[in-house]
Write a protein of this length. Structure first.
Length: 101
């Protein structure tokens, strides 16, 4: 089975924000200590894409909010985030990226 990703895309002027999560995480909530992760369809979208498509969206994104092993691995491999900046909430990886233009 090919892992799919859900994505929400938001444009504000020159900034493009994407929220992306692994398919199996959409609609779930995780809480650990002071961290609460709500992987809501309203933000992470209902559009399903492939790993290759996520790479294209990440190239154009100025801000990204990523959840899940697949999404995080892609961003790390693209040198957009560093593994040391990934947090885990109940074992679920989460990271954010901001590109300064």
């Amino acid at each position: 089975m090919i892992p799919m990703i859900y994505i929400g895309i938001y444009q504000q002027g020159k900034d493009r924000l994407i929220g992306a999560c692994d398919e199996n995480l959409l609609g779930k909530q995780y809480k650990e200590g002071k961290f609460h992760l709500d992987i809501d369809k309203k933000f992470y979208g209902t559009k399903k894409i492939t790993k290759g498509s996520l790479k294209k969206y990440l190239k154009d994104a100025t801000i990204a909010n990523l959840v899940g092993e697949t999404c995080i691995k892609i961003a790390i491999n693209m040198d957009l985030i560093d593994q040391s900046n990934v947090i885990y909430i109940q074992g679920i990886p989460h990271a954010q990226m901001v590109r300064m233009l």
